[in-house]
Design a protein around this ligand. Structure first.
Ligand code: 5RP
Length: 235
């Protein structure tokens, strides 16, 4: 068994992919291992097609030889494997540490099954220690920031290597330090109602299964007790 918890989780999730599936390919250092393993399985003959959630994942998948399908050309994604920055006991998530939250959320919403891969440091009693990433359009982003701060956070424009971070969609990210989030569903709705917000990194009712790699070398799999449709009423 691998001593690397992220690798163990990613590789385990890749084993859950079956012949003929259309697979959402997540983003980040844990999803990386799932894509790597899927590449191995494809080279051994597994017939799948992938829908990447970022340019980073697209480049990796192409290098691995995983056939890709344009999201615009498919109406079904059977299973998505993605990482998370925080996971609460109800399987609510904070995502977007890598800035791919919008495509990740769209792919998750279209997926029959969403598997989250992570090491155990991502498990939290409540979300919010990790500042919530919110993707916003560059036009008027300062106004959007004020609106977000009115919801009770400190919002910081994401900068990487001394430059404003730009998402794959050409937008900015505001990292919103709310502290402990009591009601993720309500906060997601209120953020989504702000004009200029593209999407928040709050994922509510989207994850079906989590695969946790542990430092002792074991892997824990947990299943959401009820389908997301029962939690959100929309899926
Ligand atoms: C990218 C994400 C990632 O899935 C999240 O940041 C977790 O990354 P990692 O597996 O590297 O810890 O949401 O937008």
């Amino acid at each position: 068994m691998s001593a690397n918890p992220k690798k163990a989780a990613g590789e385990r999730a890749a084993e859950l992919v079956d012949d003929g599936m259309i697979v959402g390919l997540g983003t980040g250092s844990t999803a990386f291992y799932a894509i790597q393993k899927l590449g191995e399985r494809v080279r051994e003959g597994l017939p799948i097609r992938g829908v990447p959630t970022s340019e980073q994942s697209r480049i990796q998948a192409e290098r691995e030889g995983i056939p890709l399908v344009d999201f615009a050309e498919t109406i079904r994604i059977d299973l998505t494997i993605d990482g998370a920055d925080e996971i609460d006991p109800a399987f609510n998530l904070i995502k977007g540490g890598g800035g791919a939250l919008f495509r990740e959320k769209l792919v998750a919403t279209a997926s029959t099954r969403e598997i989250i891969v992570a090491d155990e440091s991502k498990l939290k009693e409540r979300l919010g220690a990790f500042p919530l990433p919110v993707e916003v359009v560059p036009f008027g982003w300062q106004f959007v920031r004020l609106k977000l701060e009115a919801l009770g956070c400190r919002a910081t424009l994401r900068v990487r290597e001394n430059r404003t971070f730009v998402t794959d969609n050409g937008n900015h990210v505001l990292d919103c330090a709310f502290g402990a989030i009591d009601d993720p569903e309500d906060l997601e709705r209120r953020i989504g109602a702000i004009c200029g917000v593209v999407e928040s990194g709050l994922f509510v009712g989207l994850a079906h299964q989590i695969v946790i790699g542990k430092t002792d070398g074991t892997i824990e799999e947990r299943y959401r007790p009820q389908p997301p449709s029962a939690a959100t009423g929309v899926r």
